[in-house]
Design a protein. Structure first.
Length: 433
């Protein structure tokens, strides 16, 4: 089983490199077209200018024993003065990058999510665990809920699972560089968003934690699309932090519980990295402060991490004024080499392989009843009725959110293409994992 998993890890790692570690092409018209869709109500509703308290509670937690994690989180809440609300709607946003298992340390551990479900549901809150995974082989986000252990946890504590591809989208126009963009409406349907990242290394972002985790509020392949305008820049690795922060600020989480009990060292963000025990949970109401603490713990200058540097530039935290409550351990992680901008054949190969990853929605006329739901609910208005009344997708406008696949009540929309995804799915099927 381990060698099979190793193969899958390498495949996913290769895919992650193609997505996040190389330049890729996309039809230039896609962003421009979505920018011109002026008939969608815009919103910057959740974004606030306030800077949350930069206190970070460091809680030793030697294992993923449920009771130990539960007690550590509650104690951390006390340290930072966070009061658990009563009877509210709470959205937990873990990191479920793909269809990984908890022991691979590429996803937030289910017992951390379980402890949070327990705490909030004990206070009469309704709890939703929401995510949009980065990889769409096999069952996408929903399959990721199963492999990562979130389905079991949800069942145990009566929480609901929500793949963001099945939600309506909100158009955001408040980004400093990314405009417009779309994130899940679920963020605005809840009273409290809890950001529950995994401490990991990341080939593009260098480190990923609280700030980067909310990129998963962008559904489906739009996550890849939003890299596109910046990839030809020589400072792409640094500059990409700006759209990342635009999304983080739009979501504006009220609480961060960073799973650093076991992090992912040596490589990442996919499961080709090496699990490394760090032994703590970091709890804060300020994502930038939590990431500054995490970077120090693993021996990184926080300002070397572009997302942290950008958050500091935007005034979300000051590294000199992060208040650490508890003892921050020193567990140095390896630094990944910086990106190499490929040229010539190497770049063409990257572009080709990237195209093989992307899946696209297609309408089956034999199953479609022309109900019009996909036309009505497509946020960027990429679907319209063709001459025959069947919906037609405008490739230049479609952001590949994959929401229409979920909207369609008749199963008439399915995802096609993605040669590498199909290969991974076939390997999983043959290997039985
Ligand atoms: S056509 Fe489907 S995948 Fe494309 S933007 Fe609309 S809902 Fe999203
Ligand atoms: S939602 Fe499904 S059945 Fe309705 S028009 Fe779209 S493809 Fe056809």
């Amino acid at each position: 089983m381990e060698s099979r998993r190793g193969f899958i890890r390498n495949m996913l790692g290769f895919s992650a490199f193609l997505i996040f570690g190389s330049r890729f092409k996309w039809k230039k018209s896609v962003l421009a077209a979505s920018s011109s869709s002026s008939d969608i109500s815009s919103s910057s509703a959740r974004q606030k200018k306030t800077v949350n308290d930069p206190a970070v509670s460091v809680k030793y937690c030697g294992s993923y024993n449920q009771d130990e994690v539960y007690a550590s989180i509650l104690s951390g809440f006390g340290d930072i003065g966070f009061h658990v609300p009563r009877g509210k709607k709470v959205l937990l946003k873990p990191n479920i990058l793909g269809q990984n298992y908890p022991d691979q340390a590429a996803t937030t551990h289910p017992e951390v999510i379980g402890a949070l479900c327990r705490i909030f549901s004990d206070n009469g809150c309704s709890v939703v665990i929401g995510e949009s995974s980065a990889f769409y082989q096999g069952g996408g986000t929903e399959e990721g809920f199963v492999t990562s252990g979130m389905s079991d946890v949800a069942k145990r504590y009566g929480a609901k699972l929500l793949a963001f591809e099945s939600t309506l989208l909100r158009k955001i126009t408040s980004g400093q560089v990314l405009n417009p963009f779309y994130i899940t409406e679920a963020v605005f349907d809840h009273d409290l968003v809890v950001d529950v990242p995994k401490l990991k290394l990341h080939r593009l972002a260098r480190y990923t934690g609280a700030l980067k985790n909310l990129y998963g509020c962008v559904p489906g392949g739009a996550k890849q699309l939003y890299h596109k305008p910046y990839q030809e820049r020589p400072d792409y690795q640094e500059y990409w932090a700006k759209p990342l922060l635009d999304i983080y600020q739009a979501v504006n989480p009220g609480l961060i519980v960073l799973d650093a009990i076991v992090g992912l060292d040596k490589d990442g963000p996919a499961a080709n990295g090496t699990p490394r025990k760090t032994g703590v949970l970091l709890i804060s109401q300020n994502g930038a402060a939590a990431d500054i603490a995490a970077c120090r713990m693993i021996g990184f200058d926080p300002l070397w991490v572009p997302a942290v540097a950008e958050a500091v530039r935007r005034g979300l935290a000051d590294p000199e004024h992060v208040r650490i409550i508890g003892e921050l351990p020193s567990v140095p992680y390896d630094k990944l080499p910086d990106l190499v901008h490929k040229k010539g054949m190497a770049k063409k190969l990257d572009d080709y392989m990237f195209d093989q990853l992307i899946v696209e929605p297609a309408v089956s006329r034999s199953a479609c009843t022309k109900c019009g739901i996909c036309i009505r609910d497509c946020a960027p208005h990429a679907m319209s009725a063709g001459k025959s009344g069947f919906p037609v997708r405008n490739d230049a406008v479609c952001i590949r959110c994959y929401c229409c696949e979920k909207y369609c009540p008749d199963g008439a929309i399915t995802l096609h293409g993605g040669g590498v995804n199909h290969l991974i799915r076939a390997v999983r099927s043959v290997a039985g994992i």
